[in-house]
Design a protein around this ligand. Structure first.
Ligand SMILES: Cc1cc2nc3c(=O)[nH]c(=O)nc-3n(C[C@H](O)[C@H](O)[C@H](O)COP(=O)(O)O)c2cc1C
Ligand code: SF4
Ligand code: FES
Length: 618
């Protein structure tokens, strides 16, 4: 393959960052020294080189973590190491918000300006930051740092939130929440910052908790503690009843996915288990980038062994010997906890060959970090991202169960779905299904944030109403009137105070023209500028569209433009409403994936249900 390298050379540091990950180059073809005269006549490439392509994303992270950005020399060297043309590497690197292709200071502080943070002081924090440190993206703190705005960082219950990316050997990324101007100044100056508040779990200590029973109770770094609190009993039972028995329990549980699409888990698992092609894979979708969602983060940070155990059970059920966890790049603490859990499980024989002593059951897990792209939560975009390509969704069919990761049968599940699998096995499928409503079974995690007294992660039995949930969360902050709630995140819809008796179930939200999605309940009082919130949602979709298909690429831009005209009072509301409806229809009908299909839902509900952008500010 002709790589078209430029003259730019990697620095020693950059070469070392890549060699530490990939091992030293074996030949001149891979950027090393020529070993013998014959080497020049032997082509390097083909299958062996393609098999290493999936190392591209970890390699980009290795460079970013070491030097802060991806220089032309580093890209050249990486191109040689993986036999991928530099243009292709640029294509991938430029897809992700957390990678920079221009020289960037070693410290970058990302300040969330998304929905929940806006209701809790983010705009004031950003304004203070601008005054103290200059405009977004410019070097500050003597050139050693810069700050940027960010979409939701998945810390909404602790808003306002910040992510600190630090480059240099041995330096680690961290999050900060709640963040304040002083802490941001410390982070920019390279001074130590206080460890982040762990989580907000208002129900902590309640004996009814099942999914969250170990959170804040068991030491997330200790396998022994995990086992003391019931860990690995579900896997033992799975091994006892066999793969068919596991799927049978999941059928009885009537478990549906918690990642947003509510697809029956057993249908997916059975299809993969029955697929002829080998190998098969199981994937845990830990990308969690839907604004307002933070449930998976809490599970991964505070119960990481549960994720590993549940993925092992999934692998056993479908006959996979390799599992992957794809976690969003903005979750450094969860990444660290999961990496620790995987390593400890491996040491204890709970991953690897003959898992838990079961002869012939080999299963291991690979952890992959995303790099700031909401679309990579879409299952096929996620596969492309792992494989080292741009995170663009694929056309479906073929579906992942027949052609998923690396083109092989794949069962992909959300973190919370997998956490439920442990309960299904521990309690039995029927007992699991006895909780909830006719159409929605089992427990559900709800991410409550915004203008409430006690934001946090709540575990409820399916069926609780929005009113009851708000009461549990202490009601609207300061006793103010409820203006609206956004159910399901940016791809969900606004509901009003008249809909407080809506049951938070799949069918209950549907009946009210909403969707539970990933379990977001974002609350707004009468003082929030909801038009600004809707504009933020429109900007989010414009930014996050992968650009692959026209209805979404163009539609998300046109939608935002129309809303801006309306907000500025420069438009004929009737004509703009017709335009917004047409854009919605085009995106819904003709987009390749769920991003484009849902990009107009919140906007439409804001215009139709809340009467926003009418010129009369509430
Ligand atoms: C734009 C978009 C983003 C998504 N993001 C996530 C995500 O962050 N986490 C997740 O589990 N599922 C996400 N999904 C849904 C996945 O495609 C897939 O349905 C899910 O991982 C399946 O797991 P489940 O059946 O356990 O819910 C997203 C879908 C779309 C269209
Ligand atoms: S709908 Fe949007 S995000 Fe999805 S493939 Fe098309 S352009 Fe990409
Ligand atoms: S962390 Fe800021 S909106 Fe979620």
């Amino acid at each position: 393959m002709d790589l078209h390298l430029t003259d730019a050379l990697a620095t020693e540091d950059e070469r070392d960052a890549l060699d530490s990950l990939l091992g030293p180059p074996a030949t001149r073809w891979e950027g090393g020294a020529r070993a013998s005269g014959g080497e020049a006549h032997v082509a390097h490439g083909g299958h062996a080189a393609r098999a290493r392509r999936h190392l591209l994303l970890p390699a980009l992270h290795a460079l970013r973590d070491r030097v802060g950005w991806l220089s032309p020399g580093a890209v050249n060297y990486l191109a040689q190491r993986l036999t991928v043309p530099p243009a292709d590497i640029y294509g991938v690197a430029s897809f992700y918000a957390l990678f920079d292709l221009e020289a960037t200071p070693p410290t970058v502080v990302h300040l969330c300006d998304d929905i929940a943070c806006t209701t809790r002081g983010a705009s004031e924090l950003i304004a203070a930051c601008e005054r103290a440190h200059g405009p977004e993206g410019r070097p500050c703190a003597g050139g050693g740092a810069t700050w940027k705005r960010s979409p939701c960082l998945g810390l909404c219950e602790l808003a306002p939130a910040a992510l600190i990316q630090r480059a240099g050997a041995g330096r680690e990324h961290a999050t900060m929440a709640p963040a304040d101007a002083g802490a941001v100044a410390d982070a920019l100056a390279g001074r130590p910052v206080e460890p982040r508040a762990a989580r907000a779990l208002p129900q902590q200590g309640e004996t009814s908790l099942r999914l969250l029973a170990r959170v804040g109770v068991a030491d997330p770094s200790s396998l022994e503690d995990y086992r003391r609190h019931g860990g690995y009993r579900a896997l033992a039972r799975a091994l006892e009843i066999g793969p068919e028995g596991v799927i049978h329990e999941v059928v009885a549980a009537r478990l549906v996915g918690r990642g947003g699409a509510a697809f029956p888990t057993d249908v997916k698992w059975r299809a993969v288990a029955g697929a002829a092609a080998r190998p098969r894979y199981v994937v845990c979708n830990a990308d969690e980038s839907e604004p307002g969602t933070f449930k998976d983060r809490v599970l991964m940070e505070d119960d990481p062994f549960a994720v590993v155990e549940a993925l092992t059970i999934a692998g056993f059920a479908v006959g996979a010997d390799q599992g992957w966890i794809y976690i969003r790049g903005e979750y450094p603490e969860a990444h660290q906890r999961l990496a620790g859990a995987i390593a400890r499980a491996r040491q204890a024989g709970l991953l690897g060959r003959d898992v838990l002593g079961r002869a012939g059951f080999h299963f291991d897990v690979e952890l992959r970090r995303g790099a700031g792209a909401y679309i990579c939560g879409e299952e096929t975009a996620l596969f492309n991202s792992i494989e080292g390509y741009r995170g663009e969704p694929r056309n479906k069919p073929p579906f992942p169960v027949s052609e998923g990761l690396f083109g092989k049968p794949t069962a992909i599940n959300n973190v919370e779905t997998l956490a439920n699998v442990l309960l299904v096995l521990a309690e039995g499928g029927e007992a699991f299904a006895s909780v909830g409503t006719e159409g929605s079974r089992g427990p559900k995690l709800l991410c409550v944030s915004g203008c409430v007294e006690r934001p946090g992660l709540y575990e409820v039995a399916f069926g609780v109403t929005l009113r009851a949930l708000l009461e549990r969360a202490g009601g609207v902050r300061g006793g103010r009137p409820l203006r609206a709630a956004l159910i399901g995140g940016a791809s969900g819809s606004f509901v009003t105070a008249e809909q407080l008796d809506m049951p938070l179930t799949l069918e209950g939200t549907r009946a009210h023209g909403a969707s539970l999605g990933s379990g977001v309940v974002l609350v707004f009082d009468d003082r929030v500028d909801l038009e600004a919130i809707v504009l933020r949602i429109a900007r989010f979709f414009r930014d996050e569209s992968c650009g692959q298909c026209v209805p979404c690429r163009v539609g998300t831009v046109r939608q935002e433009e129309s809303l801006r005209r309306l907000a500025a009072g420069r438009a004929d509301r009737g004509a703009e409403t017709v335009l917004l409806a047409e854009l919605d229809r085009a995106m819904r009908d003709a987009s390749i994936c769920g991003l484009g299909q849902t990009a107009a839902i919140a906007v439409r509900s804001a215009v139709d249900r809340l009467g926003l952008f009418s010129g009369a500010r509430p």
